[in-house]
Design a protein around this ligand. Sequence first.
Ligand SMILES: Nc1ncnc2c1ncn2[C@@H]1O[C@H](COP(=O)(O)OP(=O)(O)O)[C@@H](O)[C@H]1O
Ligand SMILES: [Mg+2]
Length: 311
Amino acid sequence: MIEFHAVTNRFPDGTLAVDDFSLVLPSYKTTVFVGTSGSGKTTLLRMINRMVDPTSGSIDIDGADIGTLEPVKLRRGIGYVMQNSGLLPHRKVIDNVATVPMLRGMPKKRAREEALQLLDTVGLDRSLANRYPSQLSGGQQQRVGVARGLAVNPNILLMDEPFGAVDPIVRAELQQELLRLQRELGKTVVFVTHDIDEAFLLGDQVVILRTGGKVAQVGSPAEILANPIDEFVATFVGADRGKRSLHVENHGDGDIVVDETGRLAGVLVGSSTTSSRASAASQSGSESQCGSESKAGPRGPGASAQGGDSR
Ligand SMILES: Nc1ncnc2c1ncn2[C@@H]1O[C@H](COP(=O)(O)OP(=O)(O)O)[C@@H](O)[C@H]1O
Ligand SMILES: [Mg+2]
């Protein structure tokens, strides 16, 4: 468990990047910080492994104040994945993954063997191990970045916009891979993004930030989507435009889900035509799939909380 206690970070030039931030990030879950550029996401993330220290306040990991821990020791339990993979260009893939464990004293042979296993873990073919980063696609480079983050076998994985620089199709694959990895590995993941759809897809807990690391709302994707706390959040999650107001239409052969403009958003599965409306409304998406929508799922007519009428 990671706990922020009234954490403030003011940079020497006077910029207030994070202002009085308090939050509990539960273990073995994914917490996503989402906000526009400059809202303090990276600063929040970097304070967890002491790349940046708070000006005031404290951060505890499993009950210990990290301000009292040696940064090098602290980072042994924390993996870090950054936006442009951060790979060393003159090192082969295998060495990029094996470097940190070797720096920490692991024998070279074992570090390289474990690096190959990590390539399997992140879905990369071992034949890529002897390539240089520039000989990989953007998506492959990001996978190597994830493998490198996992190489220290951390309890905590920090990910700073790791999929921001790849095209949408590859990004969708990487997101699914991360969900699979998280099911298998059960790390405490702290993920930063400016993309609300990515936040809703990946986060168990989503933290919507305003400038200055100010929390606009914290909750599960379903809680935030069903009940945006104010105009700012409603706009950020697209509720105000009715973007999230999906409803079910019956087309004879089956039920389809459409958005507020009548555009196709997905197909309801596991429902028979006559009873499906009631079932979709009462089960709130548990049997349904809906394209790129969040795991909060499509909403039946009885559950369309984002009508836009009350805001
Ligand atoms: N080293 C630094 N020195 C001064 N200001 C900084 C530094 N790093 C970040 N900032 C400022 O702090 C604010 C938050 O930055 P950051 O945490 O990088 O935001 P985000 O990751 O959400 O884009 C921004 O206004 C940024 O310009
Ligand atoms: Mg950032």
